[in-house]
Design a protein around this ligand. Structure first.
Ligand SMILES: [Zn+2]
Length: 1014
């Protein structure tokens, strides 16, 4: 009796301490109805235009009539369809979707039979449609038909006419259900077995109609429509109800509301110890030192004692995560109590707070090699490595692109003629997209890297050089027009802070349409360059939020960061002075404007969701300072300090600089590049706070927010697939968003930060992370036979990767960073010390290093990860210390041979092996690191884990969608005991199911499994 009381008490305490998951808001419209915006494909409010309100610019076109709108009591101004008028949507609207949800308000005027609310498909007999007055039933009917046969349908007995009703039709692919909602309530539901939409949609021949049918059989709609939305996620009951409630309110178009996580993942008893925790008998306490003001860094893993098995890993401890540093404001000692998921263990950390200055921060002791100093080779089995495969997909397609497409919107902004054959890009670079020009920045970086990397092919190398020069010359000529008189004696404004409104306009606006865009570049201030006029920058200063309307902006400084980074990259690989001049001109423009703003305004700007997203512009500006030595660029870089996240508040009370997690719940990729910028600021300013910010952020993000593939975004709470979870170390409770996880550009930036930190401090865990994310996300983000690549990489059971942009004609953020990732795959295999006395080998990739300063060539021959050994051969001679990474996963005994002789040194995993000697021509170093199976569990639900073989994540190959995690049972003392297969092919079987490397998985997969040990 007594025991049980204590037990329940302790559970209550634990709940109070840990189970609260408040959300952290950024201002601005982060969430529409508690649904992350990546779930939204298109939204047509129909209040006087058929434009898509979402960022995807999938504008509808009215057919058979001019647009007619009607005044309405409930919704003010609504679309009126009658007399055969209907709408068509762009063909690409429904590309690559698995689930689909449609919601709309409708006011039926006529009671005539068989009008079509919508009809979507590539053929008349294979389509998804809805009719408010079906012929047979007289009620509302939504159906999916394939080859003339109805696969599934739902009906509602009758639908009232002459009244506004709200409809939602949801195809939920993972649960194979078809649901219809009326006025926010579930009205009909059906289970189905063939809801695969890929067989009815075809990117090239889709017809997507609202208000009409694909065939002549149906009648066109006679109705009023308001707020028609298309989502790529299966909306849940709560989400539909919320959309209905919120959109019922007149005039409300955006609702900033955060939902509790949907309970659509399996729920496990939180008092049942899982995985190795089942065998735990004791958990160590720890003692940690810190200094006044700095929260201690608590080890996320501590030693444990186990009943069984040999070789169980360290124990994951979940510590409370304070929101400020009030616990360490005075010297002394205090205790923190943690917990271990599923158990009653409560390890403690004794924290000694010392009254001394913060510890020293390190110097940058390593440098990377230039891209042209490292070449990728065929592997030891005579085959191209995955690195070469992906590089070639990108480089060969990149060589075929037309640079005029990437210059199109720049010429358009400056009112210039387009050269023959110039076609605009799609997706986020179309005429009216407020982010246009972002792809151009990535493109500049990619061609600079491709130029530097293609020393193996003279023709390609020359081609990229020509493209670089052409791009820079054009951008230079445009930038020279800004803020100068168009003709002698004409008016102009050269002062960037005095840019007037556009001619004939009464406000600054973001109208980029052919007819609405301003092109009066002589008024834009000297040095201005972008693919749109300066208004978005000015509007952001004046408080504009993120959105599609003309009084809203997207992310002007984000686009600008890509452009500046691209220009700087071109300058660095080729010495192109014009590229530097364009970058400097714009940096001065930014300095002039931002240096006049009060700090409060800057804090507000950089904390506005998306609108204030600036990529890593702080990094580019600090880099520009490093190149030119002009201090105003460093000052400008610091104007981008995200004070709230870095320092807690304007008084610098705490923040990341003092190890406080200030970024929980925030947009992941809005913030990761800011941290990369902080590290570059440390390099140039030597202010130690910047180092602490970067170092603390990395440790927290890797340990508290990372999925097994290395990605870090994907929250259910807050409900936004692009955000960090609302509370650290709650990935199962608050993560695994149905809208996707692991936004790929976020991982690109995490890799950049990781290697940047390694230049300062050679911690093996940094390059362990690098290897994990490189193999299991970056290499895994590219399609099988084209450079198409991923946005999110979903890790719910039975998910599938979606790839886009095979022909490089339309870019999202992740398509942009993919261009960069795959043109620099060799950039972190080797690093050198700044004094050229040491070499670091970080990755096992067949490659040749030309260490020019030492006149030494090092050849790495390996078939890693198909084989577990690598041979390094040295050509040339000289003294240096060779440091080879011994990965954390290499726990099966590492063998080292020098010139064929086995060395009797004990080599520990998670270290760098150091061999210092005078190397002779032909010397060899051989390393054998046997792979073994290991599990990587989710910290707050340990039975949900990923299976690795060495560095390679193995994904279960699934044939069907699923809503539960695949269950497997493994031997606790020897995970591989019940796993059969071919290690050389990296193909394994458990219970008859095939497991392959995630980077070679293109169909349905399970990355997380429900693992039982016995
Ligand atoms: Zn992205």
């Amino acid at each position: 009796m007594k025991t049980s009381i204590i037990r329940s008490l302790s559970i209550i305490i634990i709940s109070a301490l840990f189970c609260k998951s408040p959300t952290y808001a950024q201002s601005g419209d982060q969430i529409l109805d508690g649904i992350g915006e990546t779930g939204l494909i298109a939204r047509y409010i129909f209040d006087g235009t058929t434009k898509d309100w979402s960022r995807n610019n999938l504008h509808a076109t009215l057919q058979n009539n001019s647009e007619t709108y009607a005044a309405d009591e409930k919704f003010k101004n609504v679309l009126s369809l009658s007399n055969g008028s209907y709408l068509s949507l762009p063909e690409a609207t429904l590309n690559g979707i698995e689930s689909l949800s449609i919601t709309t308000w409708i006011y039926l005027n006529s009671t005539e039979n068989n009008p079509y609310l919508f009809d979507f498909g590539s053929r008349e007999d294979s389509h998804f449609f809805a009719t408010p007055k079906a012929k047979q039933t007289d009620g509302f009917e939504a159906a999916l038909t394939k080859n003339g046969t109805t696969v599934s349908e739902t009906t509602i007995a009758s639908l009232e006419s002459k009244k506004w009703v709200h409809l939602a039709v949801v195809i939920d692919f993972p649960s194979q259900s078809f649901n219809t909602y009326l006025d926010g309530e579930l009205a009909a539901t059906k289970k189905a077995s063939d809801l695969d939409l890929s067989t009815i949609f075809n990117a090239d021949s889709n017809k997507l109609l609202i208000g009409n049918s694909l065939s002549a059989k149906g009648t066109s709609l006679d109705a009023l429509l308001h707020d028609f939305r298309i989502y790529r996620i299966p909306l849940s009951k709560t989400q539909v109800a919320r959309i209905y409630q919120n959109s019922s309110k007149t005039g409300e178009t955006v609702v900033n509301e955060r939902a509790e996580p949907e309970d659509n993942l399996p729920v496990f008893e939180d008092t049942i110890p899982q995985l190795y925790n089942r065998y735990l008998t004791a958990v160590s306490d720890v003692i940690v030192e810190t200094v006044v003001g700095q929260l201690p860094r608590l080890p996320r893993f501590v030693e444990g004692s186990y009943k069984l098995p040999v070789g169980a890993p360290q124990v994951r401890v979940l510590w409370p995560a304070p929101e400020d540093n009030s616990s360490v404001l005075k010297p002394g000692t205090y205790t923190i109590t943690g917990r271990v998921s599923g158990t009653d263990f409560k390890p403690t950390a004794t924290v000694i707070v010392k009254d001394t200055d913060a510890h020293d921060t390190p110097n940058r002791t390593l440098e990377p090699f230039q891209l042209n100093e490292v070449s990728l080779d065929a592997n030891a089995l005579g085959k191209d490595s995955k690195f070469i495969e992906n590089r070639d997909k990108f480089i060969n397609t990149l060589a075929e692109t037309n640079p005029d497409s990437f210059l199109y919107m720049f010429r358009n902004a400056f009112g210039q003629e387009q050269p023959d054959g110039a076609e605009p890009l799609g997706v986020w670079d179309t005429q009216e997209t407020k982010l246009r020009g972002h792809a151009t920045g990535h493109y500049l970086t990619a061609i600079a890297q491709a130029y530097s990397s293609t020393t193996y092919d003279k023709k390609l190398h020359q081609k990229f050089e020509n493209t670089m020069n052409y791009m820079v010359n054009t951008l230079y000529d445009l930038s020279q027009l800004s803020g100068k008189a168009k003709s002698t004696g004409a008016d102009f404004v050269s002062d960037p802070s005095a840019v007037p409104m556009g001619p004939g306009k009464s406000s600054y606006d973001s109208d980029l349409s052919e007819t609405g865009i301003r092109t009066d570049y002589w008024n834009w201030g000297s040095g201005y360059i972008s693919a749109y006029p300066p208004d978005q920058f000015i509007m952001l200063e004046n408080g504009a939020k993120y959105g599609g309307q003309e009084d809203r902006v997207w992310a002007p400084y984000y686009t600008l960061h890509k452009i500046l980074a691209g220009l700087i990259d071109v300058y660095e690989v080729s010495g192109n002075e014009k590229a530097l001049e364009v970058a400097e001109g714009m940096a001065e423009w930014v300095h002039t404007r931002l240096s006049k703003l009060p700090t409060e305004t800057l804090i507000t700007m950089w904390n506005t969701y998306i609108a204030g997203e600036f990529g890593g512009i702080n990094e580019s500006l600090a880099h520009l300072y490093r190149i030119t030595g002009k201090p105003e660029y460093l000052k400008t870089a610091q104007l981008f300090d995200n004070i709230k996240v870095f320092y807690g508040d304007a008084e610098h009370a705490h923040g990341l600089a003092k190890n406080v997690d200030t970024y929980r719940g925030l947009h992941a990729n809005q913030h990761i590049p800011q941290i990369v910028g902080a590290l570059e600021l440390y390099r140039n300013s030597e202010s130690p706070e910047y180092y602490h910010i970067a170092d603390n952020f990395w440790y927290k993000t890797k340990n508290d927010y990372m999925y097994s593939i290395g990605g870090v975004a994907g929250a259910r709470n807050p409900a936004n697939a692009e955000c960090f979870v609302a509370q650290p170390a709650t990935l199962y409770e608050n993560g695994l968003s149905a809208g996707g996880q692991n936004e790929t550009c976020g991982t690109y930036n995490m890799l950049k930060l990781t290697r940047g930190l390694f230049f300062y401090k050679q911690q093996p865990e940094l390059m362990d992370y690098y290897e994990r994310a490189l193999y299991n996300q970056i290499l895994a983000s590219v399609a099988e036979d084209s450079p198409a690549n991923t946005y999110h990489i979903p890790l719910r059971p039975g998910s599938k990767k979606q790839f886009s942009n095979a022909d490089m004609s339309g870019f999202t953020c992740c398509n942009g960073t993919a261009l960069e990732s795959s043109t620099k795959l060799q950039n972190s295999i080797y690093f050198k010390s700044v004094d050229n006395k040491a070499l670091f080998v970080n990755l096992f990739v067949p490659s040749t290093l030309n260490w020019t300063e030492k006149d030494i060539i090092i050849k790495q021959e390996t078939a890693f990860p198909h084989k577990d050994h690598s041979t390094f051969t040295i050509e040339g001679k000289g003294k240096f210390s060779l440091n080879i990474r011994i990965p954390g996963w290499a726990k099966n005994g590492v063998e080292l041979k020098i010139n064929g002789k086995i060395q009797n040194t004990s080599i520990e995993p998670d270290t760098y092996l150091n061999v210092e000697r005078k190397w002779k021509n032909g010397d060899t170093v051989e390393l054998k690191m046997p792979f073994s199976f290991h599990l990587d569990p989710i910290m707050d639900q340990e039975n949900i884990a990923s299976l690795f073989y060495g560095p390679v994540l193995l994904a279960a190959q699934e044939s069907e969608p699923r809503t539960d995690f695949r269950k497997i049972t493994l031997d606790a003392s020897d995970l591989g005991k019940t796993i059969s297969g071919n290690p050389e092919k990296l193909e394994f079987k458990i219970d008859g199911v095939v497991y392959k490397p995630f980077y070679e998985t293109y169909d349905r997969h399970s990355v997380y499994l429900d693992v039982t040990l016995n």
